[in-house]
Design a protein around this ligand. Structure first.
Ligand code: BDP
Length: 323
């Protein structure tokens, strides 16, 4: 065979070979048995099956690849390929995400699903993609966030006065705590256990599963059901990774992410109850807030500050009109 023919044959062989297998790195903050971690594992499993292992996602749970703000940065740069996190840390970067974290914006869980799975979720996903170089492929649940404290229970906003309360990196959450009279302390999730233990903070706010799985209840045993915010979570893919996929592979990745999200939502509902039961059995004192109006009234000014532009106001109206 001539050299030319050999070269042509080699080129043909390369063209005919299946695309090289890819290994993606996935980030998540939670322990391996958390609903989100299990949802991500299912996603990886489905994608591997449906691409005959051409796309393998290796999920690193428990913040092994870094704390949340750093991980988001890594994802934007492409050092991490996929991730799941709640949208609060995007508030300062993509103002449209603020509307989903506003206090008491959702009527119930069903309402939040219809909003994020519908036109509002799509509009916010487009902004995230354009500004942050990541593609939203599905949404996970994170339930309602409530306040928990070390030394005494919170029954009314007056009980919050002067308390140092940990928040995520978000101006909206900083102002939310100030509106209640507390002193917000932005801290990474992974540092919170020690901060509660040593009294660097007096309390924090989160859903039942995070409160339980991070063992915060060991040092902050008063949980008050303020349920001030229902922050949805996103599942995202770095945009360069996404853009290099064929249309068929994109469909596989997206459809599998939606299926993973159905599983996560089911596991979430179960875990919320199980976590609550577990911490109550461990001696947590639950204060049921029957009337949330005094909290909601103090937070009302956040709507003007964080959803004051015509565009954000329209999103808030669209959320309220979603049935
Ligand atoms: C959890 C969210 C996670 C956040 C964490 C926090 O799932 O994305 O990082 O709260 O408060 O509920 O930092």
């Amino acid at each position: 065979m001539s050299r030319h023919l050999l070269a042509a044959a080699a080129a043909l062989a390369i063209a005919a070979a299946p695309a090289a297998a890819q290994e993606w790195r996935g980030w998540n903050i939670h322990v391996p048995d958390y609903p989100n971690s299990k949802g991500l594992d299912r996603w990886a499993e489905l994608v591997a099956q449906r691409t005959s292992n051409r796309i393998r996602m290796r999920m690193f749970h428990s913040a092994q690849l870094g704390q949340q703000d750093e991980a988001i940065q890594q994802l934007r740069l492409g050092a991490i390929d996929v991730a799941n996190f709640n949208i609060t840390p995007l508030n300062n970067l993509v103002p449209e995400t603020q509307v989903l974290t506003l206090p008491f914006i959702f009527r119930d869980v069903g309402h939040s699903h219809r909003v994020v799975d519908g036109a509002v979720g799509d509009a916010i996903a487009r902004e995230i993609e354009a500004k942050l170089n990541m593609v939203v492929v599905s949404w996970f649940d994170a339930g309602a966030r409530s306040v928990y404290t070390r030394d005494r229970p919170v029954r009314t906003p007056a009980d919050m006065r002067g308390l140092k309360i940990r928040v995520q990196t978000s101006d909206l959450f900083i102002d939310l705590m100030r509106a209640l009279g507390a002193n917000p302390v932005p801290l990474p999730f992974g540092e919170l256990y020690t901060a509660l233990q040593t009294g660097v903070v007096d309390g924090a706010e989160n859903n039942w599963p995070s409160y339980e799985s991070q063992r915060h209840f060991e040092h902050a045993k008063y949980y008050s059901t303020t349920e001030h915010s229902n922050v949805p979570e996103i599942v995202v893919v770095n945009k360069q990774r996404w853009d290099r996929l064929s249309a068929a592979d994109r469909e596989i990745v997206r459809a599998a992410a939606r299926e993973a999200s159905a599983l996560q939502r089911q596991l979430w509902a179960e875990r919320e109850k199980a976590s609550r039961d577990k911490v109550v059995a461990a001696g947590v004192v639950v204060t049921e807030i029957q009337d949330r109006r005094p909290f909601a009234e103090l937070m009302e000014p956040l709507y003007a500050k964080y959803a004051g532009t015509p565009n954000l106001k329209a999103l808030v109206e669209q959320i309220r009109a979603t049935r």
